[in-house]
Design a protein around this ligand. Sequence first.
Ligand SMILES: Cc1cc2nc3c(=O)[nH]c(=O)nc-3n(C[C@H](O)[C@H](O)[C@H](O)COP(=O)(O)OP(=O)(O)OC[C@H]3O[C@@H](n4cnc5c(N)ncnc54)[C@H](O)[C@@H]3O)c2cc1C
Ligand SMILES: NC(=O)c1ccc[n+]([C@@H]2O[C@H](COP(=O)([O-])OP(=O)(O)OC[C@H]3O[C@@H](n4cnc5c(N)ncnc54)[C@H](OP(=O)(O)O)[C@@H]3O)[C@@H](O)[C@H]2O)c1
Ligand code: SF4
Ligand code: SF4
Length: 510
Amino acid sequence: MPFAITQNCCADATCVSVCPVNCIHPTPDEPDFGTTEMLYVDPKSCIDCGACADACPVDAIFPIQALVGPERAYAEINASWFDTVTPGAPAPTRELVTPAPRADRPTFHDWNKPTFDRVLPPDFPTLRVAVVGTGPSGMYAVEDLLLHTDAEITLFDRLDVPDGLVRFGVAPDHPATKQVAHNFSRLRKHPRVQQRFGVEIGRDITHAQLAADFDAVIYAVGAHADKRLGIPGEELAGSVSATRFVAWYNGHPEVPADEFRLDSERVVVVGNGNVALDVSRILVSDPDSLAETSIAPHALAALRASAVREVVVLGRRGPEDAAYTRPEALALGHLPSADLVVDDHDPRIGAAIDAAGPKEHASVLAEVRREAIDWSAPPPAGRRIVLRFHSSPLAVEGEGTAAALRVTGGSGDLSLPATRVMRAIGYRGDAVPGLPFDEASGTVANTTGRVADMPGTYVVGWIKRGPSGGIGTNRRCSAETVACLLDDVVAGVVQPAPRKRRRFRSAFAG
Ligand SMILES: Cc1cc2nc3c(=O)[nH]c(=O)nc-3n(C[C@H](O)[C@H](O)[C@H](O)COP(=O)(O)OP(=O)(O)OC[C@H]3O[C@@H](n4cnc5c(N)ncnc54)[C@H](O)[C@@H]3O)c2cc1C
Ligand SMILES: NC(=O)c1ccc[n+]([C@@H]2O[C@H](COP(=O)([O-])OP(=O)(O)OC[C@H]3O[C@@H](n4cnc5c(N)ncnc54)[C@H](OP(=O)(O)O)[C@@H]3O)[C@@H](O)[C@H]2O)c1
Ligand code: SF4
Ligand code: SF4
């Protein structure tokens, strides 16, 4: 009985390297890899060995017969990916390949046999790299350096705890996804890794100080600010950002426990990405189902006392263009605590859902009830999430505090009464003092990870390419940057920092 990959997959491709028959696709060298929502097992080739399930950091792989409830759909979702081949892409390989001997397969756990496949100049002393940020992109950079060089690495984070958005972003009802942090913690314990928490580069020490003490510096500082709607009333009390709300329910030390009161019957969430779905799901979840998770105690208490009965998820485009991934939307339809409804206010919505082929985005809503909603009435009994497409926010209305969100609609503009409006329209990177910043994209100016005009300084993750992509996306992104760094060492662009300087290290020795 073959295995199948399910909802939690973050596309980091760990399973690809352990599969003896190459039946997990797309692989990192196939064109679809950069855009795929998840990876898929070809049931016709899978030999049921279980190696992928053992290797998966987020417990996303199961034998098909072990799938229960909504997860059963993943048997078909995996198989159907192999039904057609993406135009222009090579066909997924189905031949049996000889498994490589275990020692030659670099995996997360092969610490005793690192493949120092990057030969650095013999006169270069042991490479010393500072990695700023302990989220996924920083940790994948560390992994790559440890596996392919004998570099010594010092990790920095401005917070007292590691893991970036894995800890303070990923929703608490995705505990398996948060497990990826176990792999990161193993990397941090490696003898060639030192760590300094509570040190913010740009505040506690400057980039120039860091650059003088290390041969190379990799910034993995993420994108923590939030985008603004730029509409009237956005500053009213009650108009909030999902960025803060997410940090609040995950117990971020910089968000006060009493920042959010859940006293609104209806919350309008603007945006159609996975963050919009995360916050909507948490808002209507049964608090008991969250009690055993990592949710902050103050958030759990607020959810227990919550007045929220309806969350309206507002997409400015149609269901075919939603930014959320299909596994997350599918899961929304199976919440035990809330109904899912599509607001049928525009004929384009039903048409797009009905016309969608099985692999197309809008098809995930095929089974979801559609109804024309009377927005002048209070939300009905029970809890529900309403997906409203083709509707842009125009203004937050209210005197001092939000009372409604004015939006566009097929038959004219209207006001959705709500005292809480939450924008989930994307994150944004902050400038790093001392590094060139591209205001338009909110990223440090770089080419494939090399910071512009600053040899020896590199970026990875969201601060490199902008705030998009799941955890696994950062793995390839970091590998690209580390490859550039090592090329620069070989080319003499990166020069060894003076070894006699120990002032910095002793000043921050933990
Ligand atoms: C709400 C939310 C939920 C998500 N859920 C999922 C999910 O379920 N599955 C999935 O695959 N992906 C998910 N993602 C995407 C995933 O979290 C990102 O792809 C990933 O975290 C980006 O990694 P990063 O290393 O670039 O940034 P981050 O994870 O943000 O890490 C940046 C780190 O840098 C530190 N830092 C920042 N500035 C400084 C400084 N000046 N000095 C020192 N340290 C600094 C920060 O404290 C932080 O630890 C989610 C994203 C969000 C926003
Ligand atoms: N479970 C998971 O795997 C998970 C969970 C959370 C986050 N993530 C990942 O993290 C990344 C960030 O997610 P995100 O949700 O913050 O961002 P996102 O995927 O970029 O989605 C942003 C959404 O906001 C909309 N939007 C932007 N500006 C708007 C405006 N002015 N008015 C109305 N709508 C507007 C966008 O619509 P348009 O498309 O029309 O621009 C889009 O629907 C994504 O790659 C996501 O997949 C993954
Ligand atoms: S999370 Fe990684 S290892 Fe797990 S199924 Fe997805 S790609 Fe494979
Ligand atoms: S069970 Fe074995 S053969 Fe099947 S996908 Fe996983 S690693 Fe490959």
